[in-house]
Design a protein around this ligand. Structure first.
Ligand SMILES: [Fe+2]
Ligand SMILES: [Fe+2]
Length: 274
């Protein structure tokens, strides 16, 4: 079941520091860059699924698609509220132009869906690690953490939807892995370019020590990204399916922690539909 939760986080911009991830400008700006990419990126994900959902016969998958669309729309809304705090005019508009004007014109609907399945694997990996690893989530500022934890929970809940629609639309292995390679390169270039832009705007681009500290954190110790490499490579296995990694118990734990009785976000839930 993929619930559509109507969540209003009511982020208070006055209490969020610019370097909200443990005072670390590199990691904070990296996550800011991801947040700037989410609203338009998720709109692209939803469109790519909608384009081919008529090929899905399974009513259960159709219900999961509805949940996926509802969840991604909510993420877009709340990340936009967060993005209003980031000094980066034009990034979202640029991304929309790139996705709508280039990617949607160049790639077939099935390849667009393969892009979505690939990037949903990225978000699922990051989400699982955020939910599992206190070392990744504890440095987050208290005002900002709920946005990322709620988003991570829902990315875990719907991690297989785009993949299942891709398979139902008779998407094959070679396209899936070729597009994953392409999406990886584009994602890394875009994410780092946006981050560089953010650091440059505040005159902090050429501070090697900050880069070193942030890169060490992500790639050496605790090495949050390096730890994801095996899960990333798993996508290239011919029989891969997102549910091969069992996150059921993890999802249950976080549903309770965020939306159960007395949960951290129970007061921010304005409604829920299955
Ligand atoms: Fe999302
Ligand atoms: Fe997603």
């Amino acid at each position: 079941m993929i619930p559509r939760r109507n969540v209003e986080l009511d982020l208070d911009p006055t209490v969020v520091p610019r370097d909200w991830y443990d005072g670390d400008p590199f990691v904070s700006s990296h996550l800011d860059a991801l947040s700037l990419l989410f609203p338009e990126g998720e709109r692209f994900f939803v469109d790519s699924v909608k384009q081919l959902r008529h090929l899905v016969d399974d009513p259960d998958l159709q219900r999961r698609i509805a949940g996926f669309i509802g969840q991604e729309a909510m993420h877009g809304k709340e990340h936009r509220a967060f993005n209003a705090l980031i000094d980066a005019p034009g990034v979202e508009r640029w991304l929309r132009g790139f996705l709508q004007g280039v990617v949607r014109r160049v790639l077939s609907p099935r390849s667009q869906l393969a892009v979505t399945a690939a990037l949903e694997h990225f978000t699922a990996m990051m989400a699982e690690s955020l939910l599992r690893r206190p070392s990744m989530r504890e440095p987050m500022h208290d005002e900002v953490a709920p946005l990322w934890l709620w988003h991570a929970l829902e990315e875990s809940e719907h991690k297989a939807v785009a993949f299942d629609v891709y398979v139902a639309s008779r998407g094959g292995y070679l396209r899936r892995v070729a597009i994953m390679l392409l999406a990886t390169v584009i994602f890394i270039v875009v994410a780092f370019s946006v981050q560089g832009h953010l650091l440059a705007r505040r005159g902090a681009l050429w501070r090697p020590w900050r880069w070193l500290r942030g890169l060490t954190r992500l790639y050496v110790w605790p090495g949050e990204y390096t730890r994801l490499i095996p899960a990333y490579l798993d996508y290239f296995r011919p029989g891969f399916h997102p549910d091969d990694r069992d996150t059921t118990a993890l999802i249950e734990t976080w549903r309770e922690a965020l939306f159960g009785d007395g949960g951290a976000l129970a007061g921010h839930l304005r409604g829920e539909a299955a």
